[in-house]
Design a protein around this ligand. Structure first.
Ligand SMILES: *Cc1c(COP(=O)(O)O)cnc(C)c1O
Length: 381
């Protein structure tokens, strides 16, 4: 029997840790650009670090173990992984996306994808009928995030897989928010999983990383070819940091979730909070679907305050919680989606998505939850 997921975080599928030189328990950092060949026509298995590097290989194998993937490539950032994924799309093809995708993904699709003759439709993928109605003759892929960013809408993998099968679409899921600890899109029918490893996987707000995990050797071959061609590889040192981060993924995200459940309920009881968006609240519209397909709710909370003034005041007054972009690390962060992540969206699109002046997004860390609540309380006062 294979290891359970919390063990895999530390040891990979079959104990990758066991193979280090000299019995080193910690992963050696092979800080080398190139590898000497033993003889003509022979290789140690490694030739050049853009293509592959032993430190990065351990990270990739760990991620494949966690996501149940045929193969994983580790990229220099989440956006590098998304850019690589876009290279798989053919000119003239059409992609259906969740309408509240990570802002950087939308920027990439608009600034680069459209220039290359790819068209994108942004729809509410929590509504399968909208997805079905958006399928065109040249639709080739369905690109989702669940829960979505920042309004935490939940998309049903089962329904998306049905649509993808019917129309022969590649199903791509950005699994950054729930991580493989809570959700495994490949097991739910996705062909490709994307991660920003900068977030929960790295977990310490100290490095950028990204992953593309694929479900078949055929896709792996295509992705590996593009990977060595475009050169978006993760450095040996950042690979080490990310492996080190993943070792504690299970305990971090459990604690973060416990804190988030407490804070979501606490926020609901606050006079200056009008609405709380957290997938772990039973009255969240996506609660049941998320429960069916995931093992947890994560620790991202968005909330609407009573006014723009309150939202700005909270950002100004928080002390323990940092007013900063990004998410998923041990430090709690709060951000203003209207100005940051979704700053590039047209005002009417932001309005439609509910990303307004009174709207804040919080990434809950592993601090003592009473201290977090106290920080918010003094910020609201
Ligand atoms: C941060 C993020 C990305 C981009 O990742 P980077 O590592 O910042 O390049 C993509 N998708 C989601 C959901 C993210 O949160």
């Amino acid at each position: 029997m294979g290891y359970r997921i919390d063990t895999k975080c530390i040891h990979g599928e079959q104990g990758v840790v066991g193979n280090h030189s000299y019995g080193a328990v910690s992963l050696p950092i092979y800080q080398t650009a190139t590898f000497a060949h033993p003889r003509i026509g022979e290789s140690t298995g490694y030739d050049y670090s853009r293509q592959s590097n032993p430190t990065r290989t351990e990270l990739e194998e760990t991620m494949s173990a966690l996501e149940g993937a045929a193969d994983t490539v580790a990229c220099s950032s989440g956006m590098a992984a998304i850019g690589l994924c876009m290279e798989l799309l053919e000119q003239g093809s059409h992609v259906i996306c969740s309408e509240d995708l990570y802002g950087g993904s939308v920027r990439m699709f608009q600034a680069i994808g459209e220039q290359r003759g790819i068209t994108f439709s942004y729809v509410d993928t929590s509504d399968a009928d909208q997805v079905e109605q958006s399928v065109r003759e040249n639709t080739s892929a369905l690109y989702i995030e669940t829960p979505s960013n920042p309004t935490m809408k939940v998309t049903d993998f089962f329904q998306m897989k049905e649509i993808a099968n019917r129309h022969n679409l590649v199903l791509i899921a950005d699994n950054t928010f729930l991580t493989p600890y809570f959700q495994n899109p490949l097991a739910l029918g996705a062909d490709i999983v994307i991660h920003s490893g900068t977030k929960y996987l790295g977990g310490h707000n100290d490095t950028l990383a990204g992953f593309l995990c694929v479900n078949s050797p055929e896709l792996a071959e295509k992705v590996r070819f593009l990977y060595k061609t475009v050169g978006c590889s993760l450095s040996p040192f950042d690979s080490f940091l990310t492996v080190r981060g993943i070792k504690t993924l299970a305990v971090r995200v459990e604690k973060q979730q416990e804190n988030a459940i407490f804070l979501a309920k606490w926020l609901k009881s606050q006079k200056k909070v009008k609405e709380v968006y957290y997938v772990g609240l039973p009255d969240h519209p996506g609660y049941e679907v998320n429960k069916r397909q995931a093992r947890g709710f994560g620790s991202m909370i968005s909330f609407r305050t009573d006014s723009e003034q309150t939202a700005r005041q909270v950002l100004k007054r928080v002390k323990l919680i940092s007013y900063a972009e990004s998410l998923g690390g041990v430090e709690s962060l709060i951000t203003y989606p209207m100005l940051q992540i979704h700053g590039d969206l047209a005002p009417e699109v932001r309005q439609h998505l509910g990303i307004t002046e009174d709207f804040l997004r919080m990434s809950v860390g592993i601090e003592n939850v009473q201290d977090l609540a106290a920080d918010l309380e003094q910020a609201f006062a």
